[in-house]
Write a protein that binds this ligand. Structure first.
Ligand code: ARG
Length: 298
């Protein structure tokens, strides 16, 4: 398997100091159950630390957003923005509970810019909602974005992403409220496969995926793995980090040359998020279009 060069992977994360399930904006969140569980916060700290340690062990650099009281979902940095070619497009959130994170994330991106880690920080046009890499996932092999829309992001945001990055966007409508962000149901893998949960997408969405991804590159996951958030994986070289993975899926990924590392993130599943949601890649690069066309023509 030929892999993209992931040796300088850089992620953005946020310590779960103020993480809690304190409101309900997706079907996984149950604040009462969270409040009854005295050990919940400590478990979240342990799980996050293990994920962070794993990324560092694999050679990634992790930048940190300062945690903030009253912003329990700030840990889900995938929703902060989308970053490609050193340009950040800041997110705008659907729900008021998370809109309060916007200014905080903006300050974090300005700080990254001041340190020279990115070149520009952009905003979406007024009135458009798009929850960052939660719904906008870069496929380095196909040089395009997969964008989920419906529960959290507007279909019309696809044009804004195309304008901002001058790269193609394939917009997919989401069909299951449990998989309300596309990153909970689809992951382009470093070797060019697309791992996804077909039932999370409409018929048109499934057709768009099949049109772009050859049968041998499709890894359709079962609902049991969907519920474990197996598609919410972080790919780094041949390593795939995820919270949980069923035996069949693990065998298939293994056969394709991946090393599946499961690191339990059940505290975050209680908020509707897992490994990919807790990280945001800052160093993704697209292929210049002229070069991409030559490759396609070759
Ligand atoms: N509780 C958060 C929310 O509902 C979880 C976000 C998960 N993030 C993700 N990228 N899927 O917004």
């Amino acid at each position: 398997m030929t892999l993209l060069n992931d040796c300088t992977a850089r992620f953005l994360m946020c310590r779960p100091e103020h993480f809690a399930v304190s409101y309900t904006i997706n079907p996984w969140m149950n604040p009462k159950r969270w409040a009854r569980d005295a050990g919940a916060h400590a478990a979240a700290e342990r799980e996050w630390t293990a994920l962070h340690r794993k990324l560092v062990e694999l050679g990634a650099v992790v930048e940190l957003v300062p945690p903030a009281a009253g912003l329990p979902d700030l840990v889900f940095t995938a929703n902060a923005a989308f970053v490609l070619d050193r340009q950040a497009l800041l997110a705008r959130f659907r729900h008021p509970q998370r809109q309060r994170e916007e200014a905080h994330f903006e300050a974090a991106f300005r700080a990254l810019q001041a340190r020279g880690l990115i070149d520009a920080v952009r905003k979406l046009p007024e009135g458009l909602v798009l929850e960052g890499a939660g719904d906008c996932v870069w496929d380095g092999r196909r040089n395009l974005f997969w964008m989920g829309y419906g529960p959290r992001s507007d279909a019309a945001a696809a044009c804004a992403v195309e304008d901002a990055f001058a790269r193609e966007v394939v917009a997919l409508e989401l069909a299951d409220e449990r998989f309300y962000h596309m990153d909970t149901a689809l992951a382009p893998l470093p070797g060019g496969e697309v791992m996804y949960l077909p039932s999370a997408f409409t018929a048109a969405g499934n057709a768009a995926i099949r049109e772009r991804v050859a049968p041998q590159a499709r890894i359709e996951i079962a609902i049991e793995d969907g519920r474990r958030f197996a598609a919410n994986a972080v790919g780094l070289g041949e390593t795939l980090i995820m919270s949980g993975c069923g035996r069949r899926l693990r065998a298939e990924l293994d056969e394709r040359g991946y090393d599946v590392v499961s690191t339990p993130l059940s505290s975050f599943l209680r908020s509707g998020g897992s490994a990919f949601c807790l990280t945001l890649r800052l160093d993704r690069r697209s292929v210049p279009l002229a070069k991409a066309h030559n490759v396609a023509a070759a």
